[in-house]
Design a protein. Structure first.
Lengths: 179, 150, 651
């Protein structure tokens, strides 16, 4: 008698799994980053406006910063630019940009025209550093803590909501050093 | 939803536009000097996923990122890394999702072990049923319907 | 006007489907003849309404009505008429309408044939089909209405995806869906039997032809899809174990088990609960496939625009239909046990193994397809599953099945003594090994480990299938269509095995960079690249390469692969050039412009790949042939007195 209930039981289990799967579906485009909780990748790249100077990950240690991957060819990056400027104006934490596989002149012109939210912009012409960060689609934004650990990653255009709900709370958590 | 007017492109323009646009599938003309390395390269690029695409391998994907990652595979193989090291390198940056061949780990035991487990269960169920029916055979005197054997 | 008419027709269809379901199931349960008689009227009405809706949408496409959102998103004024028609099912909403249309068509067919069925049983079958129709119509109207208006109307459409602008679109979805949807008939028959609490040989006789025909269509649809991918995409592959491909393959595997299980139920009244379960499972796989490709839970090259809200609806529908059917099963199946017996070596045993192995194969594909979802839901990390998993695990259940097939065909029912047959089987096995290995090593001189195994099994299956029919033919005995169909189908399977073994073992693929005038040697052929020239199409501009193919200096053919850019969507597609030569498929695809006239070119030699699809088609033909056997048409209906007595008892 009870073995005839096995198919129903198996199906019930499956339905639960599928239901959970659907709830996660909106985030399907966001693959969990293996970098979370691990040290940020080391890099040393020329700076966009002063190519003789280097932007080094080692220099960034000791304070929170947002690592934002973008390019002039990327439509979503254009969309998030205003939000980035707003974040910069709050002065809470600095933004470090990674200009990913881009034309340097276009990038400089873009920032001159739209405003520059970045404290420094590293130029990744070959794309090697982006790969180290596990970037697969601009724009992507990483939150790195003073110890150099990646604590949050957002794929897609940064919004005010993400900033206030995901990033600010992590930065302002009691007991964390700001700088 | 205003759409731009459709223009007839001249052949010359087509040539310029086509060569500048993204192709549908990648043709990867990378050749490694050693045929063994070439074979490993081809296997690896077919077993790594293009992270920007919907279910394509690095070998087949036309996007820039795939080309960059293919170059990584090539460089690492030339530097003497093993297949496992290349896979680990990729997975440590992009997660296990980049591997089309799931890792042989305890966490994936349910997946890799499923076929064998199912076969065992199937064998057990079959054995039970056959034993049962063989026992019933003695009492089963119903004649078989003959109708062309099917 | 027309879109509103179509929309209204769908609403009426929904209403009629509800009536169909109600009158069918409640009418049979309460024994009300009037209600049961009303079912066929509801079926006819619903079919007319659905056809009207289809016609309205079709007219909107043909007439370039870009005030309809769906038309604006999938068509364009420059699109050739042929593609404007087939674009109807090119995206989510339209393909759902196609589903509903085909379901209505199947329902009408069943209703027409139902005169030969007992009234209550027929009413229940049509009632269950009504429930399915209702579910799909509700889903369409609630989340995926193709008649939604666009305001203001678009000046022109966004054009059909260039990859779909191909004759394949005209045939692949309709044939595939006919198969998918057709399993709903077996499902309905199973539910009707469970509701009735009775399942006899007649039931199996009624169910078999419907199921076999649906199975044949599904097989054709899958083969067509694979063939289409091969020549249309420029990739050169024909199966990637993509979730959408798997979504059609799983029902087919279960369907194969089902048609064989039905044979046992028909012949000996055994495997009743197996057959019921398989009938439920086959249609469940169809529904699940629909869910997977439209809900956004899986990553796939083919999936329709993902929308989790739709996913929730389909999931709810799944739970109701499958959960309901499986509950019925848990309740009723225990009643259906028979007391028949059989031996270990009997045909029933082999068909039992067949059932088990096919279900395991389907379950393995299922596990792999859903693994990312399962791992994500259970917090087991992010998983990705591709051909490196599916290929070996699929073989694990298929190899035993193929090995047992030849013996199983010749096993006797009930008592399994092979007797003299073992000698014949051994002879055929040896002959197969000789032929198979001889061909492999004779033609190719090398192979992987499984190559001679695959070749031997394939030839063995063919030889073993032909022994009895040839023997009967020589003795001038009759050969029923059912037996003939079975033979043809099994021969087809053997050919598929041979073809796949050859393709997997001996495909040669090389991607090369070529300058004009340069030559490259691949797989015994020489390819000379003669440069690229522009070409204009009705709605695209292209660059066509000319490649001259020779073998040992003798001309073989000239191939012209293209890179096309469609004006509207600006998507670049690669049009392959394919030629078959002495069993080899030569495929050329144009890659990228590497500058200075150099282009990258994909050269692929796939021996016997066309046989894969041809043999799949032969399998399907065998099924259709078997389903047309006279015995399924001369089915006894319960005598009127019995019917009346049953009605009075209220069962």
């Amino acid at each position: 008698m009870n073995r005839y209930f096995v198919p129903l039981a198996v199906f019930a289990l499956l339905a639960v799994v599928l239901a959970i799967g659907i709830r996660h579906a909106p985030e399907k485009g966001v693959i969990a980053s293996p970098l979370l909780g691990r040290p940020a990748p080391q890099f040393s790249l020329p700076e966009l406006s002063q190519p003789t100077q280097q932007v080094r990950s080692a220099d960034l240690k000791g304070r929170w910063y947002l690592f934002n991957v973008w390019g002039t060819w990327c439509g979503e990056c254009r969309a998030e630019h205003e939000t980035l400027l707003q974040v910069q104006r709050t002065g809470v934490i600095p933004l470090i940009g990674l200009d990913w596989k881009d034309d340097e002149r276009d990038a400089r012109a873009w920032l001159a025209q739209l405003g520059n939210p970045y404290q420094a912009v590293a130029v990744d012409a070959s794309g090697r550093v982006a790969i180290d960060w596990g970037v697969y689609g601009a724009p992507e934004t990483f939150l790195v803590d003073p110890r150099g650990i990646v604590v949050y990653k957002h794929v897609g255009a940064l919004t005010q909501e993400i900033w206030s709900h995901e990033i600010l709370p992590r930065v302002s958590a009691p007991g964390t050093k700001k700088s | 939803m205003r759409q731009p007017l459709v223009l007839r492109a001249s052949p010359a323009l087509a040539a310029i536009v086509l060569s500048a646009s993204l192709p549908a599938w990648a043709v990867d003309t990378t050749q490694l000097p050693d045929p063994v390395l070439q074979a490993r390269y081809e296997t690896l690029t077919h077993e790594l996923r293009c992270m920007q695409c919907q279910n394509e391998s690095l070998a087949d994907s036309p996007v820039d990122l795939a080309a960059d990652l293919r170059r990584q595979v090539r460089d690492q193989l030339l530097a003497g890394k093993s297949d496992e090291e290349v896979r680990n390198w990729m997975a440590s940056r992009y997660g296990d999702f980049i591997l089309f061949r799931p890792r042989y780990s305890l966490r994936n035991a349910w997946l890799w072990g499923a076929p064998a487990a199912l076969l065992l269960i199937g064998a057990f169920v079959s054995w039970r049923i056959i034993r049962q029916r063989t026992a019933l055979l003695a009492a089963d005197v119903e004649p078989l319907e003959e109708d062309g054997r099917s | 006007m027309l879109p509103e008419l179509g929309h209204f027709a769908l609403i009426l269809a929904l209403f009629l489907a509800a009536l169909q379901a109600f009158f069918g199931i409640a009418g049979a349960a309460a024994g009300r003849e009037r209600w049961m008689a009303a079912v066929t009227t509801a079926v006819a009405g619903e079919a007319v309404m659905v056809a009207t809706a289809m016609a309205c949408l079709m007219a909107s496409f043909i007439g370039d009505d870009f005030s309809v959102t769906y038309v604006a998103e999938n068509s364009n004024s420059a699109l050739p008429l042929f593609y404007r028609v087939t674009a109807l099912w090119g995206a989510h909403e339209g393909s759902l309408l196609l589903w509903i249309f085909l379901l209505a068509a199947w329902t009408v067919a069943v209703a027409a044939a139902s005169r030969r069925l007992p009234a209550r049983f027929a009413a229940r079958v049509l009632g269950v089909l009504g429930v399915v129709s209702f579910g799909f119509l509700l889903f369409t109207l609630a989340t995926s209405d193709p008649f939604v208006r666009l305001d203001p109307a678009a000046a022109d459409g966004r054009d059909l995806n260039p990859i779909l602008q191909d004759p394949g679109l005209a045939v692949h979805p309709p044939i595939l869906y006919t198969g998918y949807v057709g399993f709903s008939v077996a499902f309905a028959f199973a539910c009707a039997a469970m509701l009735e609490g009775r399942l006899d040989q007649n039931w199996a006789r009624w169910t078999r032809p419907w199921t076999t025909v649906a199975w044949a269509f599904l097989g054709c649809g899958i083969a067509l899809g694979s063939f289409w991918a091969y020549y249309e995409l420029g990739w050169g592959g024909f199966w990637f174990w993509d979730p959408v491909e798997n979504a059609s393959f799983m029902p087919w595997l279960v369907g194969t088990a089902l048609i064989h299980s039905l044979a046992v139920t028909d012949k000996r009244g055994l495997f009743k609960s197996w057959t019921l379960l398989l009938a439920i499972l086959a249609f469940s796989m169809s529904l699940l496939g629909t869910f997977l490709v439209r809900s956004g839970v899986l990553v796939s090259v083919h999936s329709f625009a993902a929308d989790p809200q739709r996913g929730i609806f389909i999931l709810a529908f799944l739970i109701v239909m499958i959960g309901g059917a499986l509950s019925l099963y848990a309740w009723r199946a225990p009643l259906l046990r028979s007391a028949a017996g059989f031996e270990l070596g009997a045909r029933e045993s082999f068909l039992l193994f067949n059932n088990v192995l096919l279900v395991i194969a389907a379950a393995t594909v299922f596990a792999g397809t859903l693994a990312p979802l399962i791992a994500d839901s259970l917090g087991l990390g992010t998983l990705s599953v591709g051909p490196p998993y599916f290929n070996p695990t699929f073989m694990m259940s298929m190899l035993p099945l193929l090995a047992l097939l030849a013996v199983g065909i010749h096993a006797n029912w009930k008592r399994g003594r092979l007797g003299d047959k073992w000698r014949m089987l051994l002879n055929t096995l040896v002959a197969a090994a000789v032929i198979g290995c001889g061909l492999v090593f004779g033609i190719y001189r090398h192979g992987q480990v499984l190559t001679p195994v695959g070749a031997t099994l394939g030839v063995w299956i063919i030889l073993a299938s032909l022994v009895d029919p040839i023997d009967r033919w020589r003795r001038r005995l009759s050969l029923s269509r059912a037996v003939l169909g079975m033979t043809v189908a099994h021969v087809g399977l053997g050919l598929v095995v041979i073809a796949l073994t050859t393709v997997q073992s001996f495909t040669i693929e090389r991607d090369v960079a070529m300058s004009p005038g340069a030559s490259v040697a691949v797989g015994g052929y020489e390819f000379r690249f003669d440069g690229v020239s522009p070409v204009e199409g009705p709605n695209y501009s292209a660059l066509a390469a000319t490649l001259v193919v020779t073998r040992d200096g003798m001309p073989v053919t000239v191939l012209r692969p293209q890179k096309r850019q469609y004006w509207v969507q600006r998507q670049v597609t690669s049009e392959t050039a394919i030629r078959m030569f002495r069993g080899d498929n030569i495929l050329l695809a144009l890659g990228e412009d590497l500058g200075a006239g150099r282009w990258s070119v994909r050269v692929q030699i796939r021996p016997l790949v066309t046989l894969v699809w041809l043999a799949a088609f032969i399998m399907a033909c065998g099924g259709a042939l078997a389903a047309s056997d006279r015995r399924y048409r001369a089915v006894k209906v319960a005598a009127p007195a019995e019917e009346a007595a049953a009605l009075e008892r209220g069962t």
